[in-house]
Design a protein around this ligand. Structure first.
Ligand code: MV4
Length: 450
């Protein structure tokens, strides 16, 4: 087993990884930028190394500094968390070259799943259901026209290097195809330096349902059921839950089997997520595979009683998985609390938290790195906490969430707490009747004067 793990991240996920390391008797090294000198992860780790100034390109993304920090502290593994270097093939490779275990996917795996057209071809080979469309990358506009005709409008043009909706265009008629083709390619070129495009039939009003998987070094994989992440705004998830209110036992078995097939076909090692689009008829289609621990992993941990970070560490150390699948025994909901003003188009609201009261009680989990007096730097992600409630039923989990949100006090900055509180009362949300389109029609009610 590893003796010392360096956590190449900040915020709540750095705290999350440190906690499990402590429970496993593994020493921890925090890295931090000068903007994070007063962060909790710095204090909670056994050692801490400053790796550069505030901009992440000069600190949390600076591979040479992180490797140097691992070498001077004698860390034998690096946990990258999510974001930053967690899905960076080059970093995974550099770790390997320095004999430091990267607790994540191999460079080859990251590359294969990072290119969406390659990922999709691989999944078709594996026998995982995919959306009908082009066979791989479309070479030119003539082919694009032809494929669109064969696929049938509406279609979705997607950037192969894409993610987060960049370089993606829904096209409803042939006359709209050329401008969409050109603008999507331009956007993709600017964002990723690559303009490879592929095409799919447009799935209208889909749900985003993902399956958590864990694979081991023997090529075996298991699944830990689903998370419904359909409530998103501009490709940012706001809240997630498990089980999905749209799920059936039959669909879970089919999607779970498909996710295992995907993971075993590529001999996936570690914790991963297979994302699917699910249409109104409960047809499901592979969308992407994430080769990292995800923000929303705690809701799965809550309903299957399983520490995903611990499992990542065990698998990275070569311990085989049990091989059985895990099914939700409870219902869990996560609300991402961001330092944003939901009344002002969710604009960032960094600054000092002058007063903080975190909710607690039965069935309430909070993963956070903030405290009263903490200054949220403007340089990073705006998420300040994950509020997770768990109960026997969905209705109870929602009621618990309302109660916990009502207890949550954050002063000095604006947060998304009021958004979540309104969401928990929204009739369509309460009915479990939501798709990825939900937020397009959502409007905040003005706060009551008090
Ligand atoms: C789609 C789709 C409809 N049809 N593909 C958005 C992010 C990117 N990774 C894939 N995305 C979509 N792909 C087909 N063929 C709709 C979306 C989509 C979406 C997916 C998941 C969660 C939120 C979304 C919001 C808008 C569009």
């Amino acid at each position: 087993m590893f003796k010392k793990i360096l956590i190449a991240n900040r915020g709540e996920i750095a705290m999350r990884v440190i906690r499990t390391c402590k429970e496993m008797g593994i020493k921890t090294v925090a890295v931090y930028s000068t903007a994070d000198a007063d962060s909790l992860h710095v204090r909670f780790a056994d050692e801490a190394v400053c790796i550069g100034p505030a901009p992440s390109t000069e600190s949390y993304l600076k591979m040479s500094n992180i490797i140097a920090a691992a070498e001077i502290t004698n860390a034998d593994a690096i946990h990258p968390g999510y974001g930053f270097l967690s899905e960076n093939a080059k970093f995974s490779k550099i770790c390997e070259e320095h004999d430091i275990k990267f607790i994540g996917a191999s460079a080859e795996m990251i590359q294969k799943m990072g290119d969406k057209a390659t990922a999709k071809s691989t999944m078709i080979e594996a026998g995982v259901p995919c959306v009908p469309g082009s066979e791989g990358v479309i070479p030119d506009f003539d082919t694009c026209l032809k494929v669109a005709k064969e696929t049938g409008y509406p279609v979705m043009l997607k950037a192969s290097a894409g993610g987060g909706g960049k370089g993606m265009r829904a096209v409803w008629t042939e006359e709209d195809l050329l401008p969409a083709w050109e603008s999507a390619r331009q956007e993709s070129k600017a964002a990723f330096g690559n303009d490879d495009m592929y095409m799919e039939k447009l799935i209208e009003e889909p749900r985003h349902i993902e399956i958590q998987v864990v694979g081991d070094s023997n090529g075996r994989a298991c699944h830990l059921s689903e998370r419904d992440c359909s409530v998103q705004r501009r490709h940012q998830k706001l809240t997630e839950e498990t089980p999905s209110p749209f799920m059936t036992d039959e669909l879970r078995d089919k999607m779970g089997e498909a996710a295992i097939k995907a993971a075993e076909y590529i001999k996936y090692e570690g914790a991963g997520t297979v994302e699917f689009l699910v249409d109104k008829h409960r047809n499901f289609y592979f969308m992407e595979m994430n080769t990292r621990i995800q923000v929303e992993h705690p809701i799965t941990e809550q309903v299957v009683d399983y520490d995903l970070i611990r499992e990542q560490i065990l698998v990275a150390a070569g311990v085989p998985i049990s091989g059985k699948n895990y099914y939700p025994q409870l219902h869990s909901i996560e609300c991402r609390i961001n330092a944003e003003d939901p009344y002002k188009d969710f604009r960032p609201s960094p600054g000092r938290i002058t007063n903080l009261h975190l909710p607690g009680g039965h069935g309430v989990r909070i993963d956070t790195h903030v405290y009263s007096g903490y200054i949220i730097p403007p340089n990073y992600d705006s998420m300040i906490a994950k509020l997770i409630t768990t109960a026997q039923t969905r209705e109870e989990a929602i009621n618990k969430m309302k109660r916990a949100l009502d207890e949550f006090v954050v002063e000095g900055i604006k947060t998304t707490v009021p958004f979540h509180r309104q969401l928990m009362d929204h009739p369509d949300y309460v009915a479990g009747n939501y798709t990825t389109k939900f937020m397009e029609d959502f409007e905040m009610e003005e706060p009551k004067d008090n």
